[in-house]
Design a protein around this ligand. Structure first.
Ligand code: GTQ
Ligand code: FE2
Length: 318
């Protein structure tokens, strides 16, 4: 047992730290930033992205980016904290995607789970999951679990826009990212399955949310279940015009999509207005307030299933 450096020669702490560097070790007693802190301390901020911006940018990308060379024509909602270029909240990335009329987005599979919320799409727009065409209509929520083959086909005559959510930041953070191209570019599809368990049709979940019990005056929530994806779930939240809502503070990472209506939110002290198609990052432990100025339906994606598995769901005092 011979150390690679002569630790005994250190006469003071700076000298010891220098020797530690030589064996790629850090002291744990005088870290510049403590690792384990009383309450969550992460760099993610509350933020709102406007569909008006991403839609206009994707329209131009439709001219400049071809699906024959781009895996996906998508825009990443990277949380605007310094150095980040991917995650929207620590575990989940949200992206806007566009598939032009008559176009396909080739089939592939990956370990990250995915989910989509359709913003604008005409009949004839499909996501193809494991050989089945699943219709994409405005407001619909579609699931693509871990390792399922999937591609997209727009057989309508207008461009289709939607939002993707993937737990890719989680997979990247802990390691197991795998990806494969489908051997024949586009997976052939056997038929159309409008009642696929991978689809939550807008009219269906909106009606269920409208009939759900109130969680606060004027606010109703409906879980789009079964949860199916192991890491993240989605909840439809109906807010009546004029409603103010302060959800309990929680350790769960959340992202909201505005499916219908308009309003304002305050997330971790940042305030923004929102309207249909906008996306709002509400990371772990930041305080939230929401005000609907019109009757609104929000679709909230959260990593609650993951946090439950880990035993890390913590909620604040109401
Ligand atoms: O549509 O399969 O925004 O694989 C990012 C990665 C969408 C997709 C994204 C993806 C997809
Ligand atoms: Fe994908």
């Amino acid at each position: 047992m011979r150390p690679a450096v002569d630790f005994e020669s250190a006469q003071d702490l700076p000298a010891l730290y220098k020797l530690l560097d030589e064996v790629q070790v850090k002291n744990g007693w005088a870290k510049a930033k403590p690792a384990i802190v009383p309450e969550p301390r992460h760099p993610f901020v509350g933020h709102r992205w406007r569909y008006a911006d991403t839609r206009a940018a994707l329209h131009v990308a439709g001219r400049l980016v071809g699906t024959e060379w781009a895996e996906r024509r998508n825009l990443i909602m990277a949380n605007p904290h310094p150095g980040n270029d991917y995650a929207t909240v620590p575990t989940i990335v949200g992206a806007y995607q566009m598939v032009k009329a008559g176009e396909t987005a080739r089939s592939h599979r990956h370990t990250p789970n995915a989910m989509r919320v359709v913003l604008d799409a005409a009949p004839g727009t499909y996501t193809v999951v494991e050989g089945m065409k699943v219709p994409m209509e405005p407001g619909d929520v579609l699931l693509t679990p871990n390792w399922c083959w999937h591609g997209h086909a727009n057989e309508s005559d207008s461009d289709a826009y939607w939002i993707d959510f993937l737990d890719a930041p989680l997979a990247i953070g802990i390691g197991p990212v795998f990806f494969q191209h489908y051997p024949d570019v586009n997976e052939p599809s056997d038929g159309i399955d409008a009642t696929s368990p991978m689809r939550f049709a807008f009219a269906d979940y909106a009606a269920k949310a409208a009939a759900a019990p109130e969680v606060a005056p004027g606010v109703r929530q409906h879980l789009l279940g079964p949860v199916t994806l192991t890491t993240f779930d989605r909840v439809a939240i109906a807010m009546a015009a004029g409603t103010h809502w302060e959800p309990v503070r929680s350790s769960i990472n959340q992202i909201y999509t505005v499916v219908q209506g308009a309003g304002r939110s305050r997330i971790g002290g940042k305030e923004f207005d929102w309207q249909r198609g906008d996306m709002i990052a509400a990371p772990c432990w930041l305080e939230q307030q929401h005000d609907a100025s019109e009757d609104a339906i929000l679709l909230r994606v959260s990593d609650e299933p993951l946090m439950r598995m880990l035993g890390w769901v913590v909620v604040g005092q109401p």
